[in-house]
Design a protein. Sequence first.
Length: 318
Amino acid sequence: MTEPQMTPESFPVPPDRALIHRRAAFSHSSAGLERHYVDQESSEPAQESMRRRMADESLRLIDDLTNRPMDPMFEDARLLPAERRSPLSVWVNRILVFVICVLVGLAGTGIVQVLHRDPRQKVREKLISQVEGVSKRANDLNSQISDLNGNIDTLSAQEGGQGPNSTQTADDLTNGTSKVQGQGVVITLANPIASKDSRDNADQIKLLTDQDLQWFLTKLWSAGAEAIAINGNRIGTQTSVRTAGQTILVGTTSIESPYKIEAIGDQGALSDLMVRSDLQGRLRDLKRANITVNVAKQRRLNLNAVSLPNLSYAGRSH
């Protein structure tokens, strides 16, 4: 039994018009691949018989579409066959592709981070820096005002040839417009520390309020305190202690626990304030709420002057 012969192409295609396919970019064996055609010598009889059967024009059209699909006008636009490249050029291309992929990935990561960044963060940071700058400038101006008041008292004493007026001095101490120093007591009040068991009942935890601080200030004034400050903020005639939201303010300055009340005056009278029988009920309630109350005597306390308000319409009468 004879082996069947492979059907040759009805019309041989010239090598210059053969279909060319691009090989894989990184294939080592792509350049060695070749087209395999049917042996011309063994296929000549079959080709002659095939040509005799291809007299019909429709079969010729099919044959042209099958073996010569490219229009002759576009033959010069065919892809060039893949040539065998050196290993160096292959690795250079690989490295370039890898570098481009890394750069594209980094650029994409940066774009994603920019898109996920809160645009209001920069505005907040700018506002915070502005507030800090204004607060620092206000503190510097208050310090300068205190120094200028001291210079005024010194110059007044030199001009008059005697000590400063006792009435003016008493008024300055009462209004808190001058720095003072002396003996006194320090009362420290601290909110309870929330434990793991008390976190579930956070609404039931008692915290110090502005009314508690006002109560201590009232008792200290009644016991003979001459000057008082809370967390370094001097209490003057126009200084308020109030709550704004969840924050306690002394004037316009916010303070937090622990609250340190410094009072200048008779140490004995001020320290005995904590053992008076009519005040034990209030102190007992604070201790029952785990609020720490400590009283310490100090031989020397230095209290700054209170910041003076800007008076636009008030003036001395003549």
